[in-house]
Structure formats: structure tokens, C-alpha cells
Design a protein around this ligand. Structure first.
Ligand SMILES: [Zn+2]
Length: 462
């Protein structure tokens, strides 16, 4: 099967240029202007961008949470991703305490098997650092799992102490892995949230009040310092507070390989949304919480200036009836927002159309930097000869109204309900095959494969 995408504006690491893209089978064969060859299918991309497929390095599909499980599994989650212009996700396989890390990977491989519509990889979340942590990490790297998430929050459930985090960082210096951190001060937050409940403050807004920006700033400072001490890179997930951005920016200034990710909900929504009656506020509960305008503006500046590297989603969807578990106690609200399907359009609209940054930066934040940071480059993240043909024909003028009624995610609400955005995929190819076209999913469930990722050799590519 040979496909030729003609007359589009192709965005490559070198910049945006008018070019044709020839796809042979699952790979990009040539990028040139013009290409005149016999093909099976020609796509006219006049007036469109031709972009590398989005890579979302932060999703939670089929994730247990207390006695419930996220609304999206690997089928609905990856179908939704594809419809929004994302062609690869990296999900989290979470260790069960006192069990080997490898079991987590096996469990999540089984969840995804035969269900994913696009390619997928896994990070392993370490929540219990046993004596064999280092050798277990090495073994996972050999299986194509190159990143390990640790938590400074959720004491007694997920949190690691500083010594364990430092051990993981030291090992990645040697083995080419990457430590990712959920950075909030779990001890302080636990005290604050218990005090709130004791005083009868149980509403969703207390979730935000008991997880203040400084708790994120403190933990971010600590983990980038530990990374500096270990001589290893570190990647901070879902950065939400201006205080945390400052810590990352300062660390980078002194030469630390500190990388940060944020998510559309931190860029576009504020904490006042939690201050609504009943389950309305609960819909917006996630950790870290939504912040104020000051943090939002700092995040946008950081994306434009290169202080943050990635926009992912932390997609973790629950229906309203699941959120209801916390109607009388904000600490029992399942945390997380649906977002895997809306990331690309939201960021294009608010970032590129509103001139916060250009199309090249959009591609860097959604595909190129994620690929380089997580061992997918140069196989994914760029339109270049030899790369996987994960390609978007992107219509910058297509207007869509976001609504749970038309999105493919299984949450029964969207945090962006009713928002009108401009810029959306017209055609999405995953390894050369259409997965989204004509406004609907046209791929095949089960067509996605587990991608083995490559460890770093030396510094993270710029
Ligand atoms: Zn997450």
C-alpha cells in the first residue's frame, strides 16, 4: 500500500515547508516537493498541515482505583486518542506493593492485548522499593520499558521516601532509564486534608485548598535536587503550579537535565470550577488540583520558552456516578479527568491560533519532545524517511464544539463541555493505515502494538 499526501505544509524538526509525503506500508518513504510516483491513494492536503501523530505519554486506561476502575479501557481510550490525532500513548503499569515490578508490566500488557487501536508503551510506577529495585529496573529496560514513575505523595499507598527515589535516580544514570515524578508533598497534604475533614469541610473545593501550590513547589525542588545529586535526568509529570515551574527552570539554568510536562486542564481551567455544588465540583477533581490564573500564565510562558517540554493529558476518566463516591468527603472522589481525545485540538487552538507559540513548537510539545524523552525517537515523533507513518492531515480551520455526547471517551461529561475550538485532524494515519477519517473512527481495535522503547545513551537529545 502506497499513499501520497500532496500539497500540504509538512512540519518537520527543520521547520514548516510545503512538501509531499510518500508512505510505503507502515513507514514514511520520502518527503520532497514534489513527488510524482504511482500510488494506491493520493490525499490532497492543500491548506492543511501534515504533522507527526500525537504522542500522549501520560494516560491511565483500565486502572483500578479503590473498588472501581477507570471508565476508559484500552479499547475506548485508544479509539478516542486516534480520533483526536494521537497515534501513540504511554500508559502507566502500577506495581502492587511487595510484588515484583515485572508483574505490573505483565498485568498491563494483558489489559492492552488485542484492544488497542494505536501503538502503546508502558511506564512502570514504583510504589514499593524492595532490595532488588535496581536489578528489576534493569530487567524492564531490556523489555523496552525505559521509564519509572515515583510518587512523593500518597503516603502509605504510593509514596516512596527520598532514599528510594534517589536509588532509582542513581540507577537510571547507569542504565539509561528515566525517572518520572509525581511531585507534591504527601505528608503535608495528608495533614491538611485530615484537618479539613475534622472541621467538617468536606466539599470538592477542599481538595484544591489542601493541596496548595507550595506543596508542589517543595516536592519539585526536592526531586530536581536529588536528580542533580545523582547526576541523572528527571521528568516531572503534570506540572501545575508556578512554584514548580520556577524550580524546573532554575534547575535547568544550572545544567540539571530537568524536564516537565503539563496538561491542557492546567492550561485552560482554574480552581474555581471545584467550588460548585454537588457533583459539579467533583468532576474537576484531579491531583495536583487546578490552579489560579497566575500559575496558568506561568505554564503558558514555560511552554513557549522551552522550560517545559511536553503537553500530555493524565487521562484518567471516571463517570459522574463514580465521582459520587466522594459526595460527602472530598478525599473519596476518584481523582482524574478525561482528556486523551481533546489534547491536540485544545493546544492547537489556545497555543497556535492564539499566537502563544508557532506550529513547530506545537509539534515539539505533542510529538517530538515526548518521542525524544521516552526512547521513541526517531521511530516516532517526526515525519522523516524510515519513521513510522503516524501522520495527521490537520485542518487548522475546522471548528468543533467539544461535548461528551460526541467525543469517544467513556466519561459521561467533558471538563471542556461546550468549548468551541478551531483546528482538528481531518485524516489520521497510524503506521500507514487510516484510523480516523470522515469524522469517524475507521481503524481496527487490536491493530496497535506494544512499542519497545530504547534506553538513553548519553544526554537526552535536544
Ligand atoms: Zn497520572
Amino acid at each position: 500500500m502506497r499513499t501520497l499526501i500532496r500539497h500540504g505544509t509538512v512540519v518537520t524538526p527543520a521547520g514548516a515547508e510545503r512538501a509531499d509525503v510518500l508512505i510505503e506500508g507502515a513507514h514514511v518513504a520520502r518527503v520532497a516537493d514534489p513527488i510524482d510516483v504511482e500510488v494506491d491513494r493520493t490525499i490532497d492536503a492543500t491548506g492543511r498541515y501534515v504533522l507527526p501523530g500525537g504522542i500522549d505519554v501520560h494516560t491511565h486506561f483500565d486502572m483500578p482505583y479503590g473498588d472501581t476502575v477507570t471508565a476508559d479501557d484500552f479499547e475506548s481510550g485508544t479509539v478516542a486518542a486516534a480520533c483526536g490525532g494521537t497515534t501513540c500513548v504511554i500508559d502507566f503499569a502500577t506495581q502492587t506493593r511487595r510484588r515484583p515490578l515485572r508483574e505490573a508490566l505483565d498485568a498491563w500488557l494483558a489489559k492492552a492485548d488485542g484492544k488497542a487501536a494505536i501503538d502503546y508503551g508502558f511506564h512502570v510506577a514504583v510504589c514499593d522499593a524492595g532490595p532488588d529495585l535496581e536489578t528489576e529496573m534493569d530487567a524492564l529496560l531490556a523489555e523496552g520499558v525505559t521509564s519509572f514513575k515515583v510518587f512523593t505523595a500518597y503516603p502509605g499507598r504510593l509514596m516512596l521516601d527520598d532514599g528510594a527515589i534517589f536509588r532509582a535516580l542513581r540507577r537510571t544514570r547507569e542504565n539509561g532509564g528515566t525517572v518520572m515524578v509525581h511531585a507534591e508533598n504527601g505528608g503535608a497534604i495528608d495533614v491538611l486534608s485530615r484537618a479539613a475533614l475534622a472541621e467538617g469541610r468536606t466539599a470538592p473545593i477542599e481538595h484544591a485548598r489542601t493541596r496548595p501550590p507550595l506543596a508542589e513547589g517543595e516536592a519539585t525542588h526536592r526531586v530536581v535536587a536529588l536528580a542533580e545529586l545523582a547526576g541523572a535526568p528527571v521528568y516531572v509529570v503534570h506540572v501545575s503550579a508556578a512554584e514548580a515551574v520556577e524550580e524546573i527552570a532554575r534547575a535547568r539554568d544550572r545544567g540539571v537535565e530537568a524536564f516537565g510536562e503539563t496538561c491542557p486542564h492546567y492550561l485552560l481551567l482554574t480552581d474555581h470550577l471545584l467550588d460548585q455544588p454537588g457533583l459539579e465540583g467533583a468532576k474537576y477533581v484531579c491531583s495536583p488540583p487546578l490552579r489560579d490564573r497566575r500559575s496558568q500564565e506561568r505554564l503558558w510562558r514555560a511552554l513557549a520558552a522551552g522550560e517545559l517540554d511536553v503537553v500530555a493529558t493524565d487521562h484518567c476518566s471516571f463517570r459522574t456516578d463514580q465521582k459520587a463516591a466522594g459526595k460527602d468527603d472530598f478525599t473519596r472522589i476518584p481523582g482524574g479527568l478525561p482528556g486523551v481525545e481533546t489534547r491536540m485540538s485544545l493546544l492547537f487552538d489556545a497555543g497556535v491560533r492564539h499566537r502563544r507559540f508557532g506550529i513547530e513548537r506545537f509539534v515539539a510539545l505533542t510529538a517530538e519532545r515526548p518521542a525524544k524523552l521516552f526512547g521513541l525517537w526517531p521511530r516516532k515523533g517526526a515525519i522523516a524517511p524510515g519513521a513510522d507513518a503516524d501522520v495527521l492531515v490537520w485542518d487548522p480551520d475546522r471548528e468543533i464544539t467539544l461535548s461528551a455526547a460526541t467525543l469517544h471517551m467513556r466519561a459521561d461529561y467533558s471538563p471542556f463541555e461546550g468549548r468551541v475550538v478551531m483546528g482538528a485532524p481531518e485524516i489520521v494515519l497510524a503506521r500507514g493505515r487510516p484510523v480516523y477519517e470522515g469524522g469517524r473512527f475507521v481503524g481496527r481495535v487490536g491493530a496497535g502494538s506494544f512499542v519497545r522503547r530504547a534506553p538513553r545513551t548519553g544526554a537526552v537529545p535536544t
